[in-house]
Design a protein around this ligand. Sequence first.
Ligand code: PEP
Ligand code: MN
Length: 265
Amino acid sequence: MKNLEIKDLSSWPIDVSTRPLVIAGPCSAETEEQVMEAARGVKAAGIQIFRAGIWKPRTRPNSFEGIGAKGLIWLQKVKEEFGLITATEVANARHVELALGAGVDILWIGARTTVNPFAVQEIADALRGHDIPVLVKNPINPDLELWMGAIERLHAVGLTRLAAIHRGFSTYQKLKYRNDPQWQIPIELKRRMPQLPIFCDPSHITGDRDLLDEVAQKSMDLNYEGLIIESHCKPEEAWSDAKQQLTPIALKELLANLVLRDPEA
Ligand code: PEP
Ligand code: MN
């Protein structure tokens, strides 16, 4: 399936005049106070889109699996109080219904869901008739076809505001990063779906806040359109992904230090 009709980011409910487009916020919504504090910081860092996971598919049981639907009310407050665009992860049709009902602006599909064609199809069916922006994370395994297949399933129900998120691939090898970036895979995705915007997720690639800048820079050098980065006001106390989150102030500095080449040059 070639040349999917995918609209560019200017069709999203955001200002796209600055590059990169940044989505930031905590890995997980934990408490109302934590969400509001993070949103205040993200807004102050000049970011337009706030992320927070409320349903968290985790690899092992007995980890924090998300606060659930009550987090949707906190996201509504984030919109009202700070005028931020909100984004959250959906992993099944019920999540889609609840998120759409609560007015979440942007959805993403997580790496553990992209691997499952029936789960993606269920999400796609629940989204039919709603042209909300949806970002599709790469599957946890390095399978470009599976990643493209998920995007095609969403496109087939009429979604045109789609984007990819590169979050790296699971590996059993000891690497400097938590997930192997395998840059050749998103590069090939860009070649095969040139109209699809792509965001880099340095948080889940590196698993380490001290390494975020080099991965974010590399994605800018490859002309990615955006970044999705986890930010928490007290990162070391975070209920999930504590090592990779950074404060909104540190995030602002990271963004200011990115070197952007002119994509046309
Ligand atoms: C997340 O974005 O918090 C998340 C769970 O990511 P991934 O699906 O990339 O592991
Ligand atoms: Mn996370």
